[in-house]
Design a protein around this ligand. Structure first.
Ligand code: NCD
Length: 490
């Protein structure tokens, strides 16, 4: 199977996660249990860059590489590398790629750093698999794969499940990755238990139709799987006093265990746990966190070998090329001019052009930003009219940009159309009027800034903002957070 990088669970299809990756990890279980190491192979090398603390992820990757007989190197802190001298993660990755690394495992505080590094290495012709061992609050895909392997072994199904999450649902990346994977399955009921300070973001909740949310562990009663997460104090900004007080109420102890099913429930936790699991229940048969942590070895053995096999492939296709322009209307120029003439409202705002481009149905307030983006690209030529606050049937008010005798290149057109699904492009040329729309969301570059201060695009000047134009609003290509159009246009 052609999987090269392990950066985000969102990069995989449902088929890849559940029919390829989990079964492939499972095949390694008896082999790893047999403890017969594979012959040493010094031609293969994994480098593990852990710029945040780690016990399980780091040592299970190490164990997986030892099992495979590979060369391995660990950098366990920023201080142990030139990151302490302000070298960027991308430049660090370049160096390891230069020194014949086949698989680069990276854990960072910065969100999207792994995706950016992988993109650069691929563009520059290095053959390296990049594996994300956790990027800030965003993703931890290999943890999800090992969590799913545990569920596969212990429960044997991924559909028709009630799954409860408790603890820090706002900042725990393991929860985010897991929810993304589960969103592919049928009849999944989600129960979310947390203080409101650490409740789950809407972008994850809205992937499920059946969600119960509250601040009592009693809500976990019907669950088949209960998944805990540590309060990520290192990621919280202010108000630690409230959080410290609130989080004490979320301990799974003997009393809370009494709410859960006696049999038919498993309690998972990516570890480390703080007080959210009381020591008195550590050895309860429902708490299977040791088995879960062990699943890290077969899972990561699979990630290393699959990554190695596919390190020479291309993982970053150009999303812009994949999205097609669709002609939704095509009429003669005379007919078009007659139509404009009839339209009383529009007539008050602008005169029709007979050659050029009209960007129509722009969400109100966005046109000046789009115009300045275009000025940047076309050094100011051609923008004839910017028309704001036009009454519109579809949008109440809209903005319109009119470019007389000017036509945009395809890349620019796609970036603009991706910015909001309402936007249409009218091309008036050679006696014809054509209205165009995009068939798929595309990549938006050169317009907007990611508001997440922890995103790689705000940490490394080499990383430029890039968004996927979703219907709900732009999603950062790197840190995967979703925003409104207004939020990114600052
Ligand atoms: C988690 C992580 O680093 O995201 N641990 C892990 O990898 N098993 C959980 C945490 O830090 O709380």
């Amino acid at each position: 199977m052609a999987i090269k990088n392990f950066i985000s669970i969102n990069d995989f299809t449902s088929n890849e996660i559940f029919n390829i990756l989990v079964p492939a990890s499972r095949e390694w279980v008896p082999i790893i249990r047999g403890r017969k190491l594979m012959p040493e192979d010094h031609s293969k090398k994994v480098v593990m860059l852990f710029f945040e603390p780690s016990t399980r992820t780091k040592s299970s990757y190490w164990e997986a590489a030892r099992f495979l007989g590979w060369e391995r190197e660990i950098v366990s802190s920023e201080e142990a590398s030139s990151l302490a001298k302000k070298e960027s993660i991308a430049n660090t990755a370049r160096m390891y790629a230069l020194y014949n690394t086949d698989v680069l495992v990276i854990r960072t505080k910065i969100e999207g750093a792994q995706k950016f590094a992988a993109e650069i290495l691929e563009r520059e012709g290095y053959e390296v698999s990049v594996q994300n061992a956790g990027d800030g609050t965003n993703q931890h895909p290999t943890q999800t794969l090992l969590d799913l392997l545990t569920i596969d072994v212990k429960i044997g199904r991924f559909d028709d499940l009630t799954i409860g999450f408790w603890g820090d649902l706002n900042f725990a990346r393991t929860v985010h990755s897991m929810l993304n994977a589960l969103s592919h399955r049928r009849n999944i009921k989600i129960v979310l238990v947390s203080p409101k300070e650490t409740s789950l973001q809407l972008q994850y909740k809205k992937k499920f139709s059946d969600v119960v949310e509250g601040d009592s562990l009693e809500l976990l009663a019907p669950c088949d799987i209960v998944y805990g997460s540590r309060f990520q104090l290192e990621r919280h900004g202010s108000d630690m006093v409230t959080l410290n007080r609130e989080m004490k109420k979320f301990q799974l102890n003997s009393k809370a265990l009494g709410y859960l099913k006696k049999d038919g429930v498993i309690i998972l936790h990516p570890l480390p746990y703080d007080f959210e699991i009381s020591p008195e229940i550590r050895k309860d048969k429902r708490v299977i966190v040791d088995d879960q942590a062990w699943c890290g070895v077969p899972t990561r053995t699979n990630c290393l070998s699959m990554g190695y096999e596919n390190k020479g492939r291309k993982a970053f296709g150009n999303l812009r090329e994949k999205c097609e322009m669709e002609v939704v209307r095509s009429i003669g120029l005379d007919e078009y001019l007659e139509e404009r003439h009839q339209k009383k409202i529009d007539k008050r705002y602008f005169y029709p052009i007979t050659n050029g481009t009209v960007i129509d149905h722009i969400p109100r307030g966005l046109a000046p930003k789009i115009r300045s983006y275009l000025y940047g690209r076309f050094s100011g030529q051609g923008v004839k009219h910017i028309i704001e606050d036009v009454p519109s049937q579809k949008q109440i008010f809209k903005d319109v940009l009119v470019f007389e005798d000017m036509f945009l290149d395809e890349g620019t057109t796609k970036a603009i159309l991706s910015f909001a699904p309402t936007i249409t492009l009218n091309i008036i040329k050679d006696g014809k009027f054509e209205k165009l729309r995009l068939s798929n969301p595309a990549i938006i570059e050169g317009i907007g800034v990611c508001p997440n201060t922890n995103c790689i695009t705000n940490k490394d000047p080499e990383a430029k903002p890039k968004f996927i134009g979703r219907e709900e609003g732009p999603e950062c290509f790197y840190c995967e957070k979703q925003f409104t159009r207004e939020e990114v246009l600052i």
